[in-house]
Structures are given as C-alpha cells and as structure tokens.
Design a binder for this molecule. Structure first.
Ligand code: ZN
Length: 278
C-alpha cells in the first residue's frame, strides 16, 4: 500500500477517513485523488481442506472455500484489494512477493496446521514484526503463526452443538466495534470456552456468551513489533458464519484497524548521546 520504507514518508493514516500526508513534512502527494487511491492489500489464507471433501458438510456450506466467501465480501470494499492463498499452493501461496506486498493477512486453519512449513511461518512472522496486520479466525488459534506470536499454548474448551452465541462488545470505542449495537448474535455456532490460554490482550473488544453457559474472549488485539494482530472467534466449517453480515463487518473493521502504520522509525544498538555528557 505505502512505499514508506523507500520514501521515508510519514503520514497520519486512518483508513476510514483516508490517509493524509503529515503536513509540512512530506508533500509528495499531488492531489486528494492520489491520497485517496491508497488501497489496502488483503490476502485471505485458508488451509482449504475441509471444503474439498465432496461428501462433507463444509463443501455444501462453502463450495468454493471459506476464503472465497471472505474475499468476495472484502473485495466489495472500495479501499481493499483482495487476493487468496491456500495451503496446497506452492509455498502455501505465501511466496515472498505476496507476503511483502500484503498489508493485512487473514488466516483460517484447522486440521493441517502441522503442514504449514516453518520457513513460511518465519516469513509471515517477520512480516508481522515489520508491520503487516494479521487477523486470525476461529480454529486458527492453534496455527503455528498464532502460537508463535502469542508464546502460549492457545488451548481452549470446545463443543459442537449448534448453540447460540452472543458476542458482547466490551470496548465500544474501539475501531473494530464501530457500527454495532451492544452485541452481535449468531444462532448456531461451535462453542469455545475459557480458559483461553493466551497472553492478556492489549485490547479486548468482544466477550462471547454461549447458550451452554461458557464465556470466551472472542475478539482480542495485540501488538507484536510494528504489527497488529486480531483474533476473532466466529467461524466454523459446517456453519455459514462467514455469510453473516455482522461477522464480515467486524472482519472489515479489523482489516482497516490492522493496516500498517509504518511511521515509527526504529533504531537499535550503540548510540552516541544526543546531548553533551559531563
Ligand atoms: Zn470449528
């Protein structure tokens, strides 16, 4: 999206209102149209195994894969350009060019986390630390990349009983929760319950209640390096969760929140003092 590293451009960026040059510092952009033409490069990654079993329930719910449904919704957003990648693509579809040109990566995995090559996890990890946003969905809690970024087991309780979930908004001022009332309801979901073995989130934006009695921290934000991470619980291969307008609105908000803001210059190592010492 931005060629900031190359151009040392500093901007005040808020994707919902457009990106503005930091006035007085950089006058590279010629017009408002140039500024507004910035597009968020989104890559939707899916392991895409459940949906390819022709006799399975997931193939009926998501015949083209969950990534296709998510990508179709996001590609209708005027500020997003969307690609998809799946596990069985060469390098899982996450070749260096793709990872390096992705602003926000969305991740769905479940039964084949172990098949994701460590070198690709390294690549994604480095890119997150460099500023790429990462949105981990549902059973992605056990993905290699999420567990590495969290440093904990990321384990949880679960039950598949098509029960009601009510996601309470507990941070109504957060960019990810804009445009909703007090809560979101999903009629049929898989239950995830506490304890969720994650580090304390930097921002906790949703807490889910389930019909069976459990609760769960279902919308959590962290910062790692320069990157922002959002874990969002809803989504299961046999329920039509990613056709739900509210779920997709949350993911859309999260993409805009997770956009790299690469205006922080980080320097490390031995330094001469800025002021005269002694
Ligand atoms: Zn599930």
């Amino acid at each position: 999206m931005f060629n900031i590293k190359k151009e040392m451009d500093i901007r005040i960026c808020n994707k919902t209102s457009g990106c503005l040059p930091n006035v007085g510092y950089n006058n590279k952009y010629q017009s408002r149209e140039d500024i507004m033409s910035d597009i968020i490069q989104v890559t939707v990654w899916n392991e895409f195994r459940h949906e390819r079993d022709p006799n399975g329930e997931p193939a009926k719910v998501y015949p083209k894969g969950m990534h296709a449904v998510i990508a179709e919704y996001l590609s209708k957003q005027p500020d997003m350009k969307v690609r998809t990648a799946v596990l069985d693509d060469p390098e899982h579809g996450l070749i260096e060019d793709v990872v390096n040109s992705t602003d926000v990566l969305i991740w769905w995995g479940h039964i084949a986390h172990h098949e994701v090559k460590d070198e690709i996890v390294d690549r994604v990890h480095n890119r997150v630390l460099g500023g790429m946003g990462l949105i981990v969905l549902h059973s992605g809690h056990f993905s290699k990349i999420f567990r590495r970024l969290m440093g904990t087991t990321c384990n949880l309780k679960w039950r598949e009983a098509a029960e009601k979930e009510r996601l309470w908004i507990v941070d109504p001022a957060h960019p990810i929760t804009q445009g909703f009332g007090e809560y979101i309801e999903l009629p049929n979901t898989e239950m995830y319950g506490e304890h969720f073995d994650i580090p304390q989130p930097d921002d906790l934006v949703f807490i889910s209640w389930f019909q069976g009695g459990e609760v769960f921290r279902s919308g959590c934000c962290w910062h790692r390096g320069k990157g922002k991470i959002f874990y969002f619980r809803p989504g299961h291969e046999t329920y039509p969760i990613y056709y739900d307008e509210n779920v997709m609105k949350v993911i859309t908000n999260a993409v805009r929140w997770a956009v790299p803001v690469e205006n922080a210059v980080k320097e490390f190592g031995n330094r001469a003092p800025l002021e005269k010492l002694g």
